[in-house]
Design a protein around this ligand. Sequence first.
Ligand code: CP
Length: 339
Amino acid sequence: MKKNFITGAEYSLQELEKIIHLAMSYKKGIKIPDLSGKMLTLIFANPSLRTHLSFESGMKKMKGEVNVLHAGNSWQFEYKNGAVMNGDKQEHVKEGAKVISRYSDVIALRQSELVTTASRHNSISSWEILKQDEAISKLATYAEKPVINMESNMFHPCQAMADVMTMKETFGNIKKKKYVLTWSPHIKALPLATPHSQLLMPALFGMNVTVVHPLGFDLDSDVLKMAQEKALLAGGSVKISHDQYETFKNADVVVAKSWASLQYFGHWDKESDYRKQFEHWILNEEKMKLTNNALFLHCLPVRRNIEVTDGVLDSPRSKVIDEAENRMWVQMALIFYLL
Ligand code: CP
């Protein structure tokens, strides 16, 4: 049975620990696998710096090959069963996924719709439709090879695995460490995939997670419920707070991330007006001083002095560059694990 990596929660804690362990050993130069003759196909419907280069560099470090398909230069997939394809979609995912599989040993997709490039996301009628994550789930259903999620509408699990590896590099055991995911201001309404994974993954590893955000910036309730259940199983906890100063006290890790307010889904001008009220949620040195000398993480790219001050980003506790590097090592381990 082929494996996929869509949310990370398909795997047991033991399996996730094994992938992190492999990644840490590769980083030390130990037992990097030889994937000569293996082909990784990367499909991008959205821009990327880290995801693209970390996958490509990682595969090449293992002597494998990489194909990159920019979805905008290819045929648009139809996802509906029984569709009469008389519109602007030229190829059904049923054929597309199988054809890509014949050229590939592993397939990875970045396709996220909640990006504020105006017309496209305005055409999606509701979060309930978007959260079904049709593109990645149908690709995984019809592909004959393992599929990796490089960021969908709902999850960005490779980012969250790199975050876990970065925390383990400092703490070793991260179980029950106080982990704070704080909403941060931004000039755009950003997707929820990364904060969802940055909630779910530390919960899977048994951390004591608090998500702190202004009222109206709730993460998806199904993801929150899953994270709470997984955290309990792993000996940790998940809480929600709206008080940044209170939450930061004794934090071991602070992760900053901006995301959109779904209460304004489809009404993005109103969302923008609402979001502007919370510019004081910027992560600064004063707030970091409340913590237990916490590590600072951000998935990048980051808007300096909008989301996070220079002082925090440039401090010795900022691990954002290690975090970006670790994307490559965890993804190498993941590819090896899936093959
Ligand atoms: N963190 C992250 O996924 O970066 P990119 O969007 O540059 O790939």
